[in-house]
Design a protein around this ligand. Structure first.
Ligand code: ATP
Ligand code: MG
Length: 467
């Protein structure tokens, strides 16, 4: 049996021999030859072992927070892990609404990028915590190893790793619990954003809907374009139309489509421009800033009064008086203050932002506020059309067609009814799971509205005759 001392003596003599050979090698072999021999051995080693490995630690160094890259890789690999790995583990990461699946230790998955194969494996290192720690325990630190052929070094360390991190981050924002912020006393407070409205359930002309969705998606992918042309990465939408036509619903659908947070900015509770500036600076990237009822929130009356004094239009006077009657107190924030922020501020602080204004009275708004470039897209939400009704019927009653649809089509062509009112009639009736009572209730309401409209028309005609 080899004793410990004999073994150590054996290892010691081996090391001495190696040092001796190394010294001879350095002393007697000329420099150039030495370089060549080394190069030859390196080449031989590369030939025998052509793979390169990169290690990504979960907690690099002594840091207590998880490495961003490690998390992004976990997310990126979650779909291939769930398909390829035999042993998986699941966890819910903070602010995430779904379980994140990843491969368990000592598993391996294969990934392919631009036709090049790479291998990802997972592992862990264990070490004892400090012996003086009152409760010493084993500390485990996980890592991923990325292995690839050395001829793809540039591709993998460059484009591939960028792709992995970007995809991982995009998945993070998609699965993240999103927030709805509201301003109060100069600060943002938030709750979880739980509105489930989507473009599928939004009742409006399908072509118009598709155009808006395409526009939003194109915007969200256009970082490179905005950087190249030197413009702030933001897009403004003005939604206008009568109450109950789906403006607020569309904002939720936008937020759900893009997976953005929503900042509902109540201008009437913003003290002044300085406070507005602070609030706007705090808004994070990938968010929708909403200013509802912009005509009531801003001190448009003051702006309008100036115009009126200049040209003395009667119509303008009436509008200002109507505004003065509005219950809501206009804010101290000025139109120019708001415009400055929209234009100037964000061009300097970057980020991906959509700003949405809504109004019931588009004609009341100052043209400077809504000109193209500030509000890039003006979207009218209007009374319920037959196409929009069909979407509502599918959502509320799971109906694609019904003999009563023809009557509704005809009536909606003649009568203005908001999607909110139509939806109200389609709500399930008590003690009935059938669609017919809902459709009949809608028809009765439309016919009643038609009766009122024709009576009004007759009255107006007789007034004209009397005159
Ligand atoms: N186009 C629509 N598609 C689907 N549902 C709609 C639509 N319009 C209205 N609704 C329904 O009516 C309700 C009220 O709509 P919403 O709050 O979006 O209207 P609005 O245009 O924002 O009105 P307001 O001008 O008063 O703010 C919503 O909860 C939704 O259920
Ligand atoms: Mg609304």
């Amino acid at each position: 049996m080899v004793t410990r001392n004999k073994y150590l003596a054996h290892v010691g003599s081996k090391i001495t021999t190696m040092l001796f050979v190394w010294a001879l090698f350095n002393q007697y072999i000329p420099h150039q030859l030495r370089v060549n021999i080394r190069r030859y051995f390196q080449g031989l080693l590369n030939w025998i072992h052509p793979l390169i490995q990169i290690k990504f630690n979960e907690f690099p160094g002594e840091r207590l927070s998880r490495n961003e890259a490690y998390l992004a890789i976990t997310r990126y690999l979650s779909s291939s892990s769930s398909k390829q790995a035999k042993r998986l583990k699941g966890e819910i990461i903070r602010n995430s609404k779904t379980v994140l699946l990843s491969m368990d230790d000592r598993e391996e998955v294969v990934d392919e990028f631009e036709g090049v194969k790479v291998w990802w494996s997972s592992g862990k290192t264990s070490s004892r915590t400090h012996p003086f720690n009152p409760s010493p325990s084993i500390e485990e630190r996980r890592f991923f190893n990325l292995t690839f052929h050395r001829r793809h070094r540039d591709l993998i360390t460059g484009r591939y790793l960028n792709h992995v991190i970007q995809q991982g981050k995009a998945m993070k924002s998609k699965n993240r619990q999103r927030k709805l912020y509201t301003n109060n006393g100069g600060m943002w407070n938030h709750v979880v954003f739980g509105h489930t409205a989507s473009f599928q359930t939004l009742a409006m002309d399908p072509e118009k809907k598709k155009e808006i969705m395409d526009d939003l998606i194109a915007f969200s992918k256009a970082e490179e374009f905005y950087t190249r042309i030197g413009r702030a990465w933001k897009r403004g939408y003005l939604l206008y139309g009568p109450p109950g036509t789906g403006k607020s619903t569309m904002i939720s659908a936008m937020a759900n489509l893009l997976a953005y947070d929503v900042y509902d900015l109540e201008l009437t509770s913003v003290k002044d421009n300085t406070e507005l500036r602070r609030l706007l600076i705090e808004i994070s990237s990938r968010s929708i800033i909403v200013i509802e009822d912009i005509d009531c929130s801003l001190d448009v009356a003051a702006q309008r009064k100036k115009t009126m004094e200049n040209d003395g239009e009667e119509e303008e006077k009436a509008r200002v008086q109507e505004h003065a009657k509005e219950e809501r107190k206009p804010s101290n924030v000025t139109l120019s203050g708001l415009l400055n922020f929209i234009d100037g501020l964000w061009s300097t602080c970057g980020g991906e932002r959509v700003i949405v204004f809504t109004t019931n009275h588009v004609e009341k708004l100052d043209p400077a506020l809504i000109r193209k470039g500030r509000m890039d897209k003006h979207i009218e939400l209007s009374y319920c059309t037959y196409e929009a009704f069909k979407v509502l019927a599918l959502n509320y009653l799971k109906l694609e067609s019904h003999p009563l649809f023809a009557t509704i089509d005809e009536l909606l062509g003649e009568i203005n009814m908001t999607p909110a009112d139509v939806a109200e009639h389609l709500m399930p009736k008590t003690n009935s799971t059938e669609a017919e009572p809902s459709l009949e209730s809608l028809i009765r309401a439309l016919e009643a509205a038609k009766g009122v409209a024709s009576l009004k028309a007759k009255e107006e005609a007789s007034v004209v005759d009397d005159n």
